[in-house]
Write a protein that binds this ligand. Structure first.
Ligand SMILES: [Zn+2]
Ligand SMILES: [Zn+2]
Length: 252
């Protein structure tokens, strides 16, 4: 694995290990470009908190800590500072205004919630409602249209368990957009290693049909996965099984 752009830190409250341990594990795993992309803070109004992301007040330390490590490790590995960020229309502009001046290298789109999250359904919760599936696809496309995202993380995180024809119709729309605009789709190694419902056969069969490009994302919530070359190889095999063109590095 040449590059991994999907790496978390303890600021999201559900990842383990220090930044330094992630970097050392990546070097041990032969990774040459390590992008950190912890769950983005979101400037929610009022007192609402997500619980699975850093707070807005954590962001300065996130960027400063990683910038210092980037200097320290400069001759051994290239470190990038990104965020895994939902597209929440009501919050996006304020978020960018805040984090871009801190030294943001890139965003990846991981759409864990619908609408603006607060009081809205979450994508991993199983649903038969085609209106929610449509909302997911519409919202992801709208987010990608901002041009702010490097790739689409776990594109198949929407856990739709209703009519398969509806699933195909909407996900083909999503894959078609990504193909047309050269947005790579992530094969998520966290899901693969934990046998989650994603990366899913039904989604990547559609992506293969459309001819999408793919990128492997460790979605590292613990350092060891960055040195787990057998797991990285599983991701490569997954892409090969569907005949997907795998990009080993992205323009950032
Ligand atoms: Zn996470
Ligand atoms: Zn995610």
């Amino acid at each position: 694995m040449f590059a991994n752009y999907h790496t978390h830190t303890t600021r999201c409250h559900h990842a383990l290990g220090s930044e330094r341990e992630y970097i050392e594990a990546a070097i041990a795993g032969g990774i040459q470009v390590l992008g950190f992309s912890d769950h983005s803070p979101q400037p929610f109004p009022g007192t609402y908190r997500s619980g699975f992301r850093m707070e807005m007040t954590d962001a300065p330390d996130y960027f400063a800590t990683l910038a210092a490590l980037r200097e320290e490790y400069a001759d051994r590995i290239r470190i990038l500072i990104g965020l895994e960020c939902e597209y929440y229309p009501a919050l996006f502009e304020e978020l960018l205004r805040t984090v871009k001046p801190m030294g943001l290298d890139y965003l990846i789109l991981g759409q864990h919630g619908l609408f603006n999250e607060q009081g809205a359904p979450m994508a991993p919760r199983p649903t038969e409602d085609p209106a929610l599936l449509r909302q997911y696809v519409d919202q992801v496309i709208e987010g990608l249209q901002t041009g702010e995202y490097l790739y689409l993380a776990h594109p198949d995180i929407m856990n739709f368990v209703g009519d398969p024809a509806e699933y195909d119709r909407h996900m083909l729309r999503l894959c078609g957009y990504c193909k047309e605009h050269n947005v790579p789709l992530e094969i998520n190694l966290l899901g693969l290693s934990e046998h989650r419902y994603y990366p899913s056969d039904r989604f990547f069969r559609l992506a293969a049909q459309v001819g999408n490009t793919a990128v492997i994302g460790c979605d590292a919530h613990k350092p060891q996965v960055l040195s787990d070359t057998a797991l990285h190889a599983e991701g490569v095999a997954f892409a090969a099984r569907y005949g997907l063109t795998l990009l080993d590095r992205l323009p950032v």
